[in-house]
Design a protein around this ligand. Structure first.
Ligand code: NI
Length: 228
């Protein structure tokens, strides 16, 4: 399931982040540096050196914003969040159809991390560039995503996806992965829908006993499916 999270970052936070990313000293490298074997054939972009202090500093701003975002927690059920990375596409830059690597080493550690949910946080307004759509193949067809700066999309890491060529302007974004407590997308989506309904019912009728039972069902499903 694709989930849109609006205003993960405020416009002020986006502006500060862009200023730091677009400063001449920012350590941008060829995106091929982190591409897998298949990805390397279809990838044409630049990435901020993920080991740089700037990447850590800006990544932490995003991680802090996510910790305060109940919809993110409910949708991703995060066990671990990979340190956010940053990329830019211009002059025809693109990333052809691929599936993200299933396992990644957390930088600077020997810890392996399974990618269950992929995240893209947009850092350029849609009108600043042409192309650069994130196209995700879903069971019901291909979805095209291009969101306002500060908004984020979550999608299953199992899905085939691509970024179409940027033919005008520049697309700036952060991207990263989440290892979820619930690895299966269908189960995670069901829990998310259930949680959204429980929250809505809780506003309308917080004392209802059926709601208490339904909340219990949610937690018991999470207990059944969750890994920690
Ligand atoms: Ni990808």
């Amino acid at each position: 399931m694709l989930i849109h999270l609006p205003e993960v970052l405020s416009k002020e936070q986006v502006a500060r982040m862009r200023e730091a990313l677009l400063a001449p000293a920012a350590p941008w490298v060829d995106g091929l540096a982190t591409a897998g074997h298949q990805g390397a054939r279809v990838k044409d972009n630049r990435q901020l050196n993920e080991a740089s202090p700037l990447a850590r500093e800006l990544g932490n701003v995003i991680l802090e914003a996510l910790e305060r975002h109940p919809r993110f927690i409910s949708a991703a059920l995060p066990l671990r969040v990979y340190p956010p990375m940053f990329n830019r596409y211009a002059g025809g830059g693109h990333f052809g159809a691929h599936v993200d690597n299933s396992l990644r080493l957390v930088p600077g550690t020997s810890m392996r991390f399974r990618t269950d949910v992929s995240a893209t946080l947009f850092l350029a307004e849609p009108e600043e560039y042409d192309g650069g759509e994130l196209q995700i193949e879903e069971v019901y067809g291909t979805q095209s995503v291009k969101l306002p700066a500060g908004d984020m999309v979550l999608y299953p890491s199992t899905s085939l996806h691509q970024v179409t060529p940027v033919t005008r302007g520049e697309r700036l974004a952060s991207f990263f992965w989440i290892q979820s407590m619930v690895r299966d997308d269908a189960k995670r989506s069901l829990l998310f829908d259930m949680d959204m309904s429980i929250q809505q019912l809780g506003v309308q009728n917080p004392e209802e006993m059926a709601l208490v039972r339904l909340t219990g069902c949610y937690h018991n499903l999470l207990r059944m499916w969750g890994e920690t």
